[in-house]
Design a protein around this ligand. Sequence first.
Ligand SMILES: Nc1nc2c(ncn2[C@@H]2O[C@H](COP(=O)(O)OP(=O)(O)OP(=O)(O)O)[C@@H](O)[C@H]2O)c(=O)[nH]1
Ligand SMILES: [Mg+2]
Length: 327
Amino acid sequence: MDLAQGVLGGDRRAVARAISLVERQQPAERDAARELLCALYPHTGQAHLVGVTGSPGTGKSTLVNQLARFYRQSSPHREHSARVGIIAVDPSSPFSGGALLGDRVRMRDAAADPGVFVRSMATRGAEGGLAHATFDAAQILDAAGYEVIFVETVGAGQDEVAIARSSHTTLVVEAPGLGDEVQAIKAGLMEIADIFVVNKADRQDADQAVRAIEMMLEGSAASDFHNCGLGGIIWGVPVCKTVALDGTGIPGLVAHIESHRAYLQQSGRLRDRELRRAGAELETLLQRELFSRFLSRLEPGKLESMVSSIASRDLAPYEALKELLGS
Ligand SMILES: Nc1nc2c(ncn2[C@@H]2O[C@H](COP(=O)(O)OP(=O)(O)OP(=O)(O)O)[C@@H](O)[C@H]2O)c(=O)[nH]1
Ligand SMILES: [Mg+2]
């Protein structure tokens, strides 16, 4: 069966194979992966992409599991229960399987439901990057008809920020009583948060954590980078308390996710973001492709010898540029 047809028909095995294809990022499969993504592209753009990030161990996977269950049972503003896709990005090196296994266990409930598709990604360090593979995987789920797609990542690295920027709504999940080093992560995540979640609200110091985040939000002028340059409707970043272990606060959190979606649509922000994303995507592809084509035409060792001449001051960088480009 044609892989693209399988994905469009919502066939789970086809979806799994398609994601593996884009995740492996093997040069030999490059054309097949690109062909597939081209065939799927006209069918994408329907899903709501929700990035879920935050410090390690704050309960992101448990929370996503609960959110998926809630969306499966009842989805506000949708006529039917939504099909849910979950992409969990390997928080550590590709060689440690522990975290992935843990995620599978925590997401077991959701994974047993045929309306939920759970996938872990482990391509950190691969050429082309994790963010790109994750974005491609989300496109596949979108084309396969998953209406809400959660992408879980840890921390505030470049990949996480890139993933957050390509999501529609980003949840930053924190837990009460985390140390100072976590404050720094929180600060890094501040500007990408559309909604803050204080999970583990069964702990006593939850209200204190909520207040601390609210103060940070008030203190940072960029309470929402998505608002930059936007006149009219403003999104105030809410801070929600949840207990992912028993589902407390989940309906309220889903209501905020749905209001953020409505805000994006009504303010025209959704269209703006699609445009910005399309622009960034095309630019990245073009840069990468032009550079690799250029390199493939150079005689072997040419670049290396130029680099060493530059380092030994025999050649100025601009002279090298002129020689390489011929003008
Ligand atoms: N007390 C309490 N514990 C929770 C809650 N939510 C999750 N946990 C526990 O916190 C631990 C970490 O949960 P995970 O869902 O794996 O957290 P995570 O943020 O996905 O972890 P990483 O992906 O490794 O960063 C687990 O032992 C959970 O059972 C909660 O609301 N209250
Ligand atoms: Mg997790």
